[in-house]
Ligand binder design. Structure first.
Ligand code: PEP
Ligand code: MN
Length: 351
C-alpha cells in the first residue's frame, strides 16, 4: 500500500510512519515528489494495519495498490523516474523523463583491440554508454561463451578511457559480487528475466539494472520482475523491450511496440528498446529502433561491429559503424518529436 503524506508533514512524521511500517515487518520505500512524500509499504500480504497507518500524524491517506507490482507502478511514483548510469571514473548518463540515451557496442567482447575499436566507433557515432557481453547466454553450450573476467577488465578500462559508463550482462548470482566492482549498469538477459534469485541479488546492489523482457513474458510479468529488484531497495531499473516469441518467423523475435506505451502508462521506469535482438538481421534494426523511440522509449541498446562476418556472436544483426552513426542522427530527430534529448558524449582528453 502507499501512504500519502500531507504536503506540509514534517520529517519526523515521515520517520514515524517508516518506523511503524518496519515494526509491522514490512519495508518502507520513500518517493519524494515535488509537493509531497509518498511512502510505499511492501511486505508479505496481510501484515500491514491500514487503519493504524491512516491514524498517524501527517498522513493524508492510505491507498492500497491493487496491482501485483507496487514500487514499479505509477501509483507509487507519478512522474517518470530518471535513472543515472555512471559516476566516479566516468560521466553520469541520465535515462528517463526527457533524457534519452544510446547504449551501443559489440554483442560480446572478443578481444581487447576489437573492443576499443568498436567503442571508439560507437562513441563517435553518438552512443554514451558502452555495452559488451563477457558471459554470454548461448542457446548451444558449444557456442562462444564469452571471455569472462579478462573481458570485464577490458570493458572497465575502455569505458574509463573513453568516458563511457559500461553495461554488462550478469548471468548468475555468483557473478554479482565480482561484477559489481567493475560495471556501471548490470544487464539482465531475456532468458534470466524470471531468475528471481538473480534479480534479488542485483537488487541488493546500488548499480542500475537494465532488465530485458523475457522471450514470452507478459508486460505484467516483466514489471513483477522489476519489482523484485526494486523491493531490495535498488531504484535504478530500466525496462528493455527486446522482442518476444510469436508465430512470425520472418524475423528473429517480434518487437512488441505496444508494450512501450503500456509499460510506460503502468510504470514510471525508463524504457529502452533493443532492436538488434528483435530483428536478428541488420537490415531491420534501424526501422525498429526508430519505431521504438516514436512509441515513447527513452533510448536504444544496439549492437555494432566493424567486421560482422568475423563476429563470434550475433554478427548478422550488428550494424556497421557508419550505419549506426546515420541511425543516431535519425533517432535524435524522433527524440525531438517525443520531447526527449539524447545525452551527448563527454569529451575526454586524449581518448
Ligand atoms: C545481449 O544483449 O547480447 C543478449 C543476449 O540479449 P537478450 O538477453 O535480449 O537475448
Ligand atoms: Mn547479442
Amino acid at each position: 500500500m502507499i501512504i500519502v503524506m500531507d504536503p506540509n508533514a514534517p520529517a519526523s512524521a515521515v520517520d514515524r510512519v517508516v518506523a511503524e511500517i518496519e515494526r509491522m515487518g514490512s519495508r518502507a520505500h520513500l518517493s519524494r515528489g515535488e509537493f509531497r512524500t509518498v511512502i510505499g509499504a511492501v511486505g508479505e500480504e496481510g501484515t500491514l494495519d491500514q487503519n493504524h497507518l491512516a491514524s498517524l500524524d501527517g498522513v493524508e491517506k492510505v491507498v492500497p495498490i491493487m496491482k501485483p507490482y507496487k514500487l514499479a507502478s505509477r501509483e507509487f511514483h507519478e512522474e517518470d523516474s530518471v535513472v543515472e548510469i555512471g559516476g566516479g571514473s566516468v560521466p553520469v548518463v541520465k535515462v528517463g523523463g526527457s533524457h534519452a540515451a544510446c547504449i551501443a557496442g559489440p554483442c560480446a567482447v572478443e578481444g581487447e583491440e576489437m573492443l576499443y575499436k568498436i567503442a571508439r566507433h560507437v562513441r563517435d557515432g553518438g552512443a554514451t554508454v558502452l555495452r559488451g557481453g563477457v558471459y554470454k547466454p548461448r542457446t548451444s553450450p558449444y557456442s562462444f561463451q564469452g571471455l569472462g573476467i579478462q573481458a570485464l577488465q577490458w570493458m572497465r578500462a575502455c569505458g574509463d578511457e573513453l568516458g563511457m559508463p559500461i553495461c554488462v550482462e550478469v548471468m548468475d548470482t555468483r557473478q554479482v559480487e565480482q561484477m559489481e566492482k567493475y560495471v556501471d549498469c548490470f544487464q539482465i538477459g531475456a532468458r534470466n528475466m524470471q531468475n528471481f534469485d538473480l534479480l534479488r541479488e542485483v537488487g541488493k546492489t546500488r548499480k542500475p539494472v537494465l532488465l530485458k523482457r523475457g522471450l514470452s513474458a507478459s508486460v505484467k510479468e516483466w514489471l513483477m520482475s522489476a519489482e523484485y529488484v526494486l523491493s531490495q531497495g535498488n531504484r535504478g531499473v530500466l525496462l528493455c523491450e527486446r522482442g518476444i516469441k510469436t508465430f512470425e518467423d520472418s524475423i528473429r523475435y517480434s518487437m512488441d511496440i505496444s508494450s512501450i506505451p503500456v509499460a510506460r502508462q503502468w510504470s514510471h521506469l525508463p524504457m529502452i528498446v533493443d532492436p538488434s535482438h528483435a530483428a536478428g538481421k541488420r537490415d531491420w534494426v534501424g526501422a525498429l529502433a526508430l519505431a521504438g523511440m516514436a512509441a515513447g522509449a527513452h533510448g536504444v541498446i544496439v549492437e555494432v561491429h566493424y567486421n560482422p562476418a568475423e563476429a563470434q556472436c550475433d554478427g548478422p544483426q550488428a550494424l556497421l559503424p557508419e550505419t549506426f552513426k546515420e541511425l543516431m542522427g535519425q533517432l535524435r530527430q524522433i527524440a525531438a518529436v517525443t520531447k526527449k534529448e539524447f545525452s551527448e558524449a563527454a569529451v575526454t582528453a586524449g581518448a
